[in-house]
Design a protein around this ligand. Structure first.
Ligand SMILES: Cc1cc2nc3c(=O)[nH]c(=O)nc-3n(C[C@H](O)[C@H](O)[C@H](O)COP(=O)(O)OP(=O)(O)OC[C@H]3O[C@@H](n4cnc5c(N)ncnc54)[C@H](O)[C@@H]3O)c2cc1C
Length: 497
C-alpha cells in the first residue's frame, strides 16, 4: 500500500533508446507520474568485456549518454549512470526507497530490445522487479513493427526471405495502428525541433530523491576518462542536435538516393545507422520525418528505395529474434559443414587493407581509420573475405564489430551471412563478386580508392583498375590471391550436402 504522505515517481531504464523525443516508454512514465520521472543507465561489465567490444563505438555511446543527460537535466529531469549490472542496481535502488519512505517508486519502464542477450536480461529484471513489488512496463520503440507483430508466413514459419517479409511488412505498415505510430512520432519530432525546450517539462532529479546513503554516484565521467584513452578515430557528433542535423542534411539527398547510394566516393547515404544503433533515432522517426507513410513496396524512386533499406534493418532484427542461433551459426544448415581455410596471414592482410585489391584495401582502410565503411564496399570486402580468401564469415563479422561505429548485431550478422551465402535470403553461393569489376562499376574514376589508399593517390585510373597491372613500383602490394582461381576453390568449398 502506498503511504499517502509519500510522493510517487517513476524510473525510466535507458538502454538503446538514448533520446527524449518520441521515446515511447519515457512518455508513458511521464504521463503516469506527472513528470516525476528520472532515468537510469546501468553499465554491464559483461558487455564491456565482450571480445568484439569497440572503444570507438563506446566513446560515441558515452557521448550520446552525456548529451541525453544534459538534455534531461535541462528539462527538469535527470539521468544517473551507474557502474553496475542492472540486477544488483535495481535491487539496491528499490531497497533504498523501501528505507527512505518519502518517495514511492511506482513504476519502472523500458523499451524493448530484441537481441538474445538483452531478452534474457530483460526477463530476469522483470522477474526481479515483480519480486520487489515494483511495477514494470515495457514498450515498443526501437522498431516500427516488432517481430511478434508479423504473423508466420504461408509455410507456417516466420519469414526467412526479405521480399515476402517486406510485402507483409508494408501491408501492416498501411494499417491504421501503424499509421498512428507515425503520427505519434510527428509529435516527438516537434519536440526534437523546438528551439528551446521547456525547463519544467519534468520535475524531479536524483538529488531531490537521494541523500548520502544512496549507493550510487554518476559514473559517466569515469567511463569517459578511461575509455577516452583508447579511442583511435574521430568520434562524430552525438545526441539530439546531431540527429536533427543529420535528418535535415539528408533531406535534399533523398530524391537522388537510389542512384547515389551505391557510389562510395559520394556522401549519398544518410549515416543514420550511427544513431539507430543506440536509439538516439529510430526507424519510425525517420519515416515520420520524411513522410514515408504512404509509400508502397513497389515504389522504386529515392524515398521508396530508402524506405526499403530501413525495412532491411527491420528484417534482420526479425531474423535475429525468431532465429537467434544465427548469432553463432550459419542460417542454412548445410553450410555449417563448410570447411573454411582460415589462413591467418591472409586474414591479417585483409584486416590491414594490404590485399593488393585496391577497392578492398580502400574499404578496410576506411574502416580502420574512420570507424565507418560504405555499404557497397561492406558488400565487396565481405564477399572477398569469404569467397576469395575462403575465411569464415564469423572472423569478418567480429572484426567489423571491433571497428564499426555503427556495429550492430542484427544487421552486421545479416550482412555477413548474406555475403557469405550462409544466411536467410542470401545471394546464391555461385554468384561471386568480382572485386575488379565491382571497383570499375562503383568507383569508375578511382576517387574512393585514391582517398584511402595513399600509395595510389597519384596513379592513373586505368592502372588502378587493371587486374594485370603491376603496382608494386608505387609501394602497393601485389594481389595476395588470384580471383579466378579462388572462385573455383570457393565453388568446391560450398559444394556441401
Ligand atoms: C557485411 C555487412 C556488415 C554490415 N554491418 C552493419 C552494422 O554493423 N550495422 C548497421 O547498422 N548496418 C550494417 N550493415 C548494413 C549497411 O551497410 C549499413 O546499415 C549502412 O551502410 C549504413 O549507412 P547509412 O546509414 O548511410 O545507410 P543508408 O543507405 O542511408 O540507409 C538508411 C538505413 O537503412 C538501413 N540499411 C541500409 N542498408 C542496409 C542493409 N544492407 N542491411 C540492413 N540495414 C540497412 C540502415 O539502418 C541505414 O542506416 C552491414 C552490411 C554488410 C554488407
Amino acid at each position: 500500500m502506498t503511504n499517502p504522505a509519500q510522493t510517487s515517481f517513476g524510473i525510466h531504464w535507458f538502454r538503446r533508446d538514448l533520446r527524449v523525443a518520441g521515446n515511447n516508454a519515457l512518455l508513458h512514465n511521464w504521463q503516469k507520474n506527472k513528470g516525476r520521472v528520472v532515468g537510469v543507465f546501468c553499465f554491464d561489465s559483461q558487455f564491456l568485456r565482450r571480445a568484439d567490444f569497440s572503444h570507438n563505438r563506446f566513446a560515441f555511446f558515452l557521448n550520446t549518454l552525456q548529451s541525453l543527460q544534459s538534455e534531461l537535466r535541462a528539462i527538469g529531469s535527470d539521468l544517473l549512470i551507474v557502474d553496475e549490472r542492472p540486477d544488483p542496481a535495481f535491487r539496491k535502488i528499490s531497497d533504498y526507497f523501501k528505507h527512505h519512505k518519502k518517495w514511492n517508486l511506482s513504476q519502472v519502464t523500458y523499451n524493448r530490445d530484441y537481441e538474445p542477450f538483452a531478452r534474457n536480461r530483460d526477463r530476469a529484471i522483470e522477474d526481479l522487479l515483480s519480486k520487489l513489488n515494483v511495477p514494470c512496463d515495457s514498450f515498443r520503440d526501437h522498431l516500427m513493427i516488432e517481430p511478434l507483430e508479423l504473423d508466420k508466413g504461408k509455410m507456417g514459419e516466420y519469414y526467412q526471405i526479405y521480399s515476402p517479409f517486406a510485402k507483409k511488412w508494408f501491408e501492416l505498415f498501411h494499417s491504421p495502428t501503424m499509421q498512428a505510430r507515425i503520427e505519434e512520432q510527428k509529435r516527438g519530432l516537434r519536440y526534437l525541433f523546438e528551439k528551446k525546450h521547456k525547463e519544467n517539462l519534468f520535475c524531479l532529479s536524483w538529488s531531490d530523491l537521494t541523500n548520502a546513503q544512496f549507493p550510487y554516484q554518476d559514473a559517466l565521467k569515469q567511463f569517459q576518462t578511461e575509455n577516452g584513452k583508447k579511442v583511435t578515430v574521430e568520434i562524430p557528433e552525438a545526441g539530439s542536435i546531431a540527429v536533427r542535423h543529420h535528418l535535415e542534411t539528408f533531406k535534399s539527398k533523398l530524391e537522388n538516393y537510389k542512384e547515389a547510394r551505391d557510389i562510395p566516393s559520394q556522401a549519398g547515404t544518410s549515416k543514420f545507422s550511427l544513431f539507430l544503433k543506440n536509439g538516439s533515432l529510430t526507424t519510425t522517426q525517420i519515416m515520420a520525418y520524411y513522410n514515408l507513410q504512404k509509400l508502397t513496396f513497389k515504389d522504386e524512386q529515392g524515398p521508396g528505395r530508402f524506405l526499403k533499406e530501413l525495412v532491411w534493418r527491420e528484417f534482420y532484427y526479425h531474423i535475429l529474434y525468431h532465429y537467434p542461433l544465427v548469432e553463432t551459426e550459419a542460417f542454412i544448415k548445410k553450410y555449417k559443414k563448410i570447411r573454411w581455410q582460415n589462413n591467418e596471414i591472409l586474414f591479417k592482410q585483409w584486416c590491414e587493407g594490404k590485399t593488393g585489391f585496391p577497392i578492398v584495401d580502400a574499404g578496410m582502410r576506411e574502416l580502420n581509420t574512420t570507424g565507418w565503411m560504405h555499404n557497397r564496399v561492406r558488400m565487396i570486402v565481405s564477399s572477398f573475405l569469404t569467397k576469395d580468401l575462403l575465411i569464415d564469415w564469423r572472423w569478418g563479422e567480429k572484426y567489423f564489430m571491433e571497428k564499426l561505429l555503427d556495429g550492430d548485431l542484427a544487421p552486421n550478422n545479416g550482412g555477413w551471412q548474406w555475403a557469405a551465402s550462409t544466411g536467410c535470403d542470401p545471394q546464391p553461393y555461385f554468384r561471386i563478386f568480382n572485386p575488379w569489376l565491382q571497383a570499375k562499376k562503383f568507383d569508375p574514376e578511382g576517387e574512393y580508392i585514391r582517398q584511402f589508399v595513399e600509395e595510389l593517390k597519384d596513379v592513373d585510373t586505368k592502372t588502378i583498375h587493371d587486374e594485370e597491372a603491376d603496382r608494386t613500383a608505387y609501394g602497393y602490394p601485389k594481389p595476395i590471391v588470384q580471383h579466378k582461381m579462388q572462385k573455383e576453390k570457393a565453388l568446391k568449398m560450398y559444394d556441401v550436402e
